[in-house]
Design a protein around this ligand. Structure first.
Ligand code: ADP
Length: 664
């Protein structure tokens, strides 16, 4: 701001000249076009304002005798001064002799060439006439001596006055020259700043606040074109502001010279044919001339409507979010990643067994996570923290004060840094103890029922097989065939029951991994041999990985490979080749792939295949029986080994199901 108001912009400069007491005219060409003339000079010359812009010889032929001098000044670039010089002033058609002290001062450019002449003049007729009077009086009789003396005294007084005026004039002229030089630079600078500023700028002049200059961003904010407003008093140019505080504020700045700032001021601005609600930040600064008089007001303005609208939207969303979180009895928390400071709601503290007024640090919270889950959860949090991924985990806590066991679900992510803030690791926490208990009860029930079903089914299967053998011996083909079918149905039921039992055990955490060291290729070969028996149509080949050893539950990993293989057979009725390959990845883990040429999987189904009871609904799968628990169990088994499962597939081309396990 200060730098702008300190600049003497062109118009301020001209205002100073305009108000000078000495007659001043600026010729801006060798033809002596009148670029500027102040009121004092117009009065001296007895001319109208309309002579501006015209050559001197056209508008004041009575001064023709001075033209050669002016031309010389233009050419030589030297100052010409004269005193007590007679010139005839045309007063209403009558040439009236008048005496002047005057100066022609050339204004030179950087190359020393004249590009303007400043002509200042003072009417000294009074003084000259006084001198003439002196001479006349001297020649007259002695009797007039007294009169002469008084005239003389008067003359001396006048002379002194003129003398000091002359000195002032010279000083002013020097100042003018300096200002003029500065003006050239500052005007360009000022204009550039004005036009290129990214904020709205407008310059209003005079008490009327005439819109002198306004830049493009300002026109856009005001909803106006330059033609509509430049050169007009601000009040007239923008009637839409009537009844709003702007005019009064500007007038106060003009009257007092005090700078005024608006912060997020609500205003109605023109927009198309109507008005729009806008919020603005603005500064109004009084512009002063060199005498310190206020000549106008500079407006700097920024339209912050969008920023505020965005903030409002965010506040509403945050409020809705807060209400949702509270009504769902959730807790929210965040960690400043620089300081590791944890900020948590009371509900979060409660879920870790702390009281609302307790301080709870991040480390203190972590200690309350049940020991068997703690390392794993910390690892997941750290991973989310370093790669910015989402996390969604369930874990039990043991209350700090009450030692109560609570199950919680935590989800959220790392939010990138905003402005100067550190990135924030945050999320929500909800209690799931009840649903965990329900699930446990359900699992126990399923486990019990499945277990109870297993025994009668096993004996039913034994009887069916015995009867089938008997029928075979008796040559009763129909009975034998029917019993075979019953046997297959019983087998399906057994598989289903085994699956239910596995799920129930897995989910209640009752499944234990019986880890041992074994060579993966051997297990792969065994599984492939087993599955070859089930399908004559498919060719199952193996690409072994050498004697790579893993430390895992051999039976359960076998169950995973078998599941992948039986699915590959089931879901590629028209495919031929099934390839099982085994290799070490770039990341140094062991990967086993089962690739088929089957029906493939839709991208949208891919992520859900490993969910419990998820089956793809399509005309191809309709006729293929299954329960949607195989892949879920595979995923759980591999996850418990610290590995991962996945699938790559293309519709109609085939699929590759894989798992990865650490070597060792
Ligand atoms: P199930 O085979 O008993 O339905 P799974 O959990 O083993 O259950 O598989 C879930 C679903 O994944 C299947 O219903 C099937 O739609 C799809 N799927 C599994 N393996 C393949 C495969 N190799 N090719 C195409 N789809 C498959």
């Amino acid at each position: 701001m200060d730098t702008l108001t300190n600049l003497p912009p062109g118009n301020i400069m001209l205002q100073i000249l305009a108000q000078a007491r000495e007659g001043t005219v600026v010729y801006t060409s060798r033809e002596l076009h009148i670029g500027f003339i102040n009121d004092a000079m117009l009065r001296i010359w007895h001319k109208e304002d309309s002579i501006k812009g015209q050559p001197l010889k056209d508008v004041a032929p009575e001064f023709n005798e001075f033209l050669p001098i002016l031309d010389r000044v233009w050419q030589n670039g030297e100052v010409y001064t004269a005193t007590d010089t007679l010139a005839n002033i045309n007063i209403n058609g009558v040439l009236t002799p008048t005496y002047f002290d005057f100066e022609y001062r050339p204004v030179l450019d950087a190359d020393g060439k004249t590009y303007a002449i400043i002509n200042t003049a003072t009417d000294v007729t009074g003084r000259v006439l006084a001198w003439q009077l002196v001479h006349e009086k001297e020649a007259q009789a002695e009797s007039l001596n007294e009169e002469l003396t008084s005239a003389n005294e008067e003359l001396i007084a006048i002379n002194e006055e003129y003398q000091s005026t002359n000195e002032e004039l010279v000083e002013t002229q020097q100042d003018l020259q300096q200002l003029y030089n500065k003006l050239n630079i500052s005007e360009t600078l000022f204009r550039n700043i004005f036009e290129q500023a990214p904020v709205g700028l407008a310059w209003l002049t005079g008490k009327e606040m005439v819109v002198e200059q306004v830049n493009a961003p300002m026109l856009k904010i005001w909803g106006r074109t330059a033609n509509e407003i430049v050169g007009k008093p601000h009040r007239e140019a923008r009637p839409e502001l009537e009844g709003q505080p702007i005019f009064d504020l500007l007038e106060r700045v003009f009257a007092t010279g005090d700078t005024h700032e608006n912060t997020e001021l609500k205003v109605w601005l023109k927009s198309g044919n109507g008005l729009r609600e806008a919020y603005i930040n603005s500064v109004y600064t009084a512009v002063k001339n060199n005498d310190g008089d206020i000549t106008g007001v500079l407006i700097i303005l920024d339209d912050v409507t969008e920023v505020i609208a965005e903030r409002r939207r965010r506040e509403v969303i945050e409020e809705q979010f807060r209400l949702t979180v509270e009504s769902a009895d959730m807790g929210s928390w965040y960690v400043d990643t620089h300081s590791r400071k944890l900020t948590a709601t009371n509900r979060v503290k409660e879920l870790f067994g702390f009281h609302p007024d307790d301080e709870m640090t991040l480390d203190e919270a972590i200690v309350q996570i049940r020991e068997d889950y703690r390392d794993n959860i910390v690892e997941i949090f750290n991973a989310a923290l370093s790669n910015g991924e989402k996390y969604d985990v369930e874990f039990p806590t043991v209350g700090y004060h009450d030692s109560k066991l609570r199950w919680v679900r935590a989800f959220g992510k790392l939010y990138p840094a905003e402005m100067d803030d550190a990135p924030q690791f945050s999320g929500l926490l909800m209690e799931i103890t009840e649903s965990k208990e329900d699930e446990a009860r359900k699992n126990d029930f399923v486990a019990m029922v499945s277990h109870e079903l297993k025994t009668p089914l096993t004996s039913a299967k034994a009887f069916v097989q015995m009867l089938a053998q008997k029928a075979l011996k008796n040559g009763d083909d129909f009975t034998e065939g029917s019993l075979q079918k019953v046997d297959r149905q019983i087998e399906k039921m057994q598989t289903l029951i085994k699956g239910f039992l596995d799920i129930a055990r897995m989910e209640s955490g009752k499944i234990n991994l019986d880890r041992q060291h074994f060579i993966m290729s051997d297990l792969v070969k065994e599984c492939v041999e087993e599955n070859r028996l089930f399908s004559q149509r498919h060719q199952i080949s193996v690409k072994p990985c050498g004697p790579v050893q893993v430390y895992a539950d051999r039976d359960k990993i076998g169950q995973v490979i078998n599941n992948f293989l039986s699915n590959a057979i089931k879901y590629s009725p028209n495919g031929k080749q099934i390839v099982v390959s085994c290799f070490i990845t770039d990341a140094g883990v062991l990967q086993v792939n089962v690739t088929d040429e089957g029906m493939g999987i839709n991208p949208q189904d891919k992520t859900r295949l490993f969910d419990r009871f998820y089956r793809v609904e399509s005309k191809h799968t309709k006729t293929i029986s299954g329960f949607g628990i195989g892949l879920y169990l595979c995923a759980e088994i591999i996850r418990r080994h610290g590995g991962e499962v996945g699938v790559e597939s293309e519709m109609g081309q085939g699929s590759t199901f894989y798992f990865r396990l650490p070597i060792g």
